[in-house]
Structure formats: C-alpha cells, structure tokens
Design a protein around this ligand. Sequence first.
Ligand code: 5GP
Ligand code: MG
Length: 188
Amino acid sequence: MIPPGDVLIGQREIASRIVDLARDLAGELRRDLAEEGASLDTPGRVVMIPVLSGSIIFFADLVRRLPVALATELVSVSSYRGATTESLGASLEGALPGNLAGKHVVIVDDILDSGRTLGLLRGRIGELGPASLRICVLLRKERPRDVPVEADLVGFDIPDVFVVGYGLDYDGHYRNLPDVRLLEGAGG
Ligand code: 5GP
Ligand code: MG
C-alpha cells in the first residue's frame, strides 16, 4: 500500500473555496432561471449529478452551500487505469437519468484529468436536451486532455500529480482523508 504524502490542499482552503464555487454557481443558475421567469426557489428546474464515487464528499459539501431548489441524480463511470494511475478509458455504468430534458443540469466530479470521464458525460447528457449543462470540478490537472472538455467551475488547478483524500481514492483507500494529499511514489 502506497502511503499518502504531503498535503497539497488543506481542508480549510477547500472549505473556503467551496463557498466561492457555490456562490458562483448559484449566480449563474439565478441568471438562467430569471430568463425563463423562474428563480432559485422554483422546484424542478435544477438537477445536480455527482459522478460516483470520487465526488461524493465534494458534492455533499457543495450542495449544502447552494440556496437552490435542486434534484439529485447519480451517475457512475468506470475509468480504466493502467499501471498504477494512468487513465486509459471511461465507460458509463448503468443508465443515465431519464428526466433531464429542459432542465438546468450540473455535473459534479472530483477531478478533470484526461477528460475521458467528463467528455463522455458531457456528450451523453448533452444529447438528452438539457436547458443548460455545466461541469463543476474540485480539481483540474494542468495537462493536455486526451478528450477535449472544459469545466465551467473549477475549485483548484493542480499539477499533473496523483492525489488522494477528500473523496479521491487509491485502490479504494483514503477517500476519508480531510485534505487533498499527494500519493507518495505514484506516477502522474
Ligand atoms: P479522467 O482521466 O477521465 O479525466 O478522470 C477519471 C477519473 O479518474 C476521475 O473522475 C477520478 O475519479 C480519477 N482520477 C483522475 N486523476 C486522479 C488522481 O489524481 N487521483 C485520484 N484518486 N483519482 C484520479
Ligand atoms: Mg471519478
């Protein structure tokens, strides 16, 4: 088992950045909803979709900061990893939520890395005809994407290193660490 290494982003820094992200996201949704004569309190307009399992901690903290009437749907994407930590592909597990047409959809993930996961989801969910579609990630790695995809809201840009904690795992471990840490000795 590779031990977790130095703290890259501490829990207080994460908590404070999430306040900003929630405020920015609520502001964007407020503008979209105002255009259709609705408000953040209008039920049935906003659907938030965490990408399992890495985003669960981030999602839980983010949605509790959002003063928005929202529904939650889950998606699961398996990414295939080569030796240790390199992303080789992504595929959807199970069906997509069926009720996204005309809704303001926000996909929430832990990290934008190769772009395969979020490229796949933006494409597939985009085909369902949402009124708007945004991607919100806690972390974005500074590296070329294998699949071009932009995140609309980003917590932190980080170097191309493998990180664990705050929902991110290594082989099922370390999701519960409160900080984002480097994984000692893991390749980028
Ligand atoms: P992608 O390469 O498709 O952009 O990212 C796929 C998934 O790989 C992410 O949603 C995340 O779950 C996982 N991943 C990517 N980079 C890291 C990392 O540095 N640490 C951990 N623990 N998971 C990562
Ligand atoms: Mg993931």
